[in-house]
Design a protein around this ligand. Structure first.
Ligand code: ATP
Length: 324
């Protein structure tokens, strides 16, 4: 392998820049070339590449987002699109790929490898932490810190006015952000997709919490929670059943995945970048680098895509006890 292409694909996450930097610098360390591919698979099809050396990635370890930009590509889902992408990579003498993204991006990488035998390595970059084979995806830790910081501020208002806040955090299919942020910000209730506590139980808990002398309450709701109601409908529901509560709603949205990556994410990105390049240089392919028990590991991409990242049951119990 003489030249590695690196790209970011799917939703952006803080730490992606730090991972690109790590890939580029590791290539420089081993004296091989590195090219950045703009806008994920979309830029690959168009041959939108940039030569990167150790100095091209200065001053970006602390920047959120991804300077290579990210995109979702319809073209790469077609055989013609992937053929064109392959032609462009060959033309630029790129002979291996590091894909920083989520499970969709890894699926694309696997299909590409099966069709052309092109060596690929994945780095999990998504704030949702919904990928098996790693305890932490890149950007997850930053997203947790972003969310907790804002919820602390919302609590000031909640307690000054004796209000109940429903706060929606990201997590379409998994409740990792909601559960951790809920425990970290001291929420009274946490609604996650993995556990449907039911609306009755929510009302019960809110009633109890009022009786126990709590003057304000915070309920964290994952986007994909299973109550069947979004935060605004939850507010109406509680208004109807517990009129004594003054209810407000806050949807945190994209601020969760913006801003400077945490130190944890920067270190993780650096370790993952080194491992991804070294794996390619050792003849490996179709693997995702991950973090397991503070060790950098590799997992077959197939497993990473198909496996479910399990919710931490012990943490659910802690959350329960903490809301007493
Ligand atoms: P996030 O977790 O943030 O959504 P992701 O990597 O899962 O990130 P997707 O939009 O699912 O994001 O996938 C990114 C891109 O990967 C798609 O736009 C598409 O180009 C490519 N891709 C996904 N699935 C396939 C597939 N089955 N075949 C070919 N390409 C695919």
């Amino acid at each position: 392998i003489k030249k590695i292409g690196v790209m970011t694909s799917g939703g952006d996450s803080p730490g992606m820049n730090a991972a690109i930097r790590a890939v580029v610098r590791t290539c420089a360390y081993y004296e091989i070339e590195c090219a950045g591919i703009y806008r994920g698979y979309e830029g690959m099809i168009e041959g939108d590449f940039i030569e990167l050396n150790a100095r091209s990635v200065k001053g970006i370890i602390n920047k959120g987002g991804t300077f290579l930009k990210s995109a979702r590509s319809k073209g790469f889902r077609t055989a013609e699109g992937r053929q064109e992408a392959y032609n462009q990579l060959k033309k630029a003498n790129i002979d291996a790929l590091v894909v920083i993204g989520g499970d969709g991006s890894f699926t694309g990488a696997l299909v590409f490898n099966q069709e052309f035998g092109f060596p690929v390595m994945g780095i999990p970059g998504t704030i949702d932490n919904d990928i098996a084979g790693t305890s932490h995806t890149l950007g997850y830790d930053t997203a947790l810190n972003n969310a907790v910081e804002v919820i602390d501020k919302i609590r000031d208002t909640a307690s000054s006015h004796n209000r109940l806040f429903f706060i929606e955090v990201m997590g379409r299919d998994v409740g990792h952000i909601a559960l951790n942020v809920g425990v970290g910000a001291g929420a009274e209730e946490i609604l996650i997709p993995e556990e449907d506590l039911g609306l009755e139980r929510l009302l019960e808990s809110l009633k109890k919490s009022k009786e126990s002398g709590k003057s304000s309450s915070i309920v964290i709701v994952a986007e994909g929670d299973k109550t069947g109601k979004n935060v605004f409908e939850l507010k109406d529901y509680v208004n109807e059943h517990l009129p004594e509560y003054d209810v407000r709603v806050s949807v945190l949205g994209h601020m969760q995945r913006g801003g400077s990556p945490s130190c944890f994410d920067r270190v993780l990105a650096s370790r993952m970048g080194v491992k991804a390049v070294e794996s390619l240089l050792n003849g490996k392919s179709n693997l995702m680098v991950g973090l397991m028990n503070d060790k950098i590991t590799v997992t077959p991409l197939e497993k990473a895509i198909k496996g479910q990242s399990k919710i931490n049951k012990e943490l659910i119990r802690v959350a329960d006890i903490m809301s007493t």
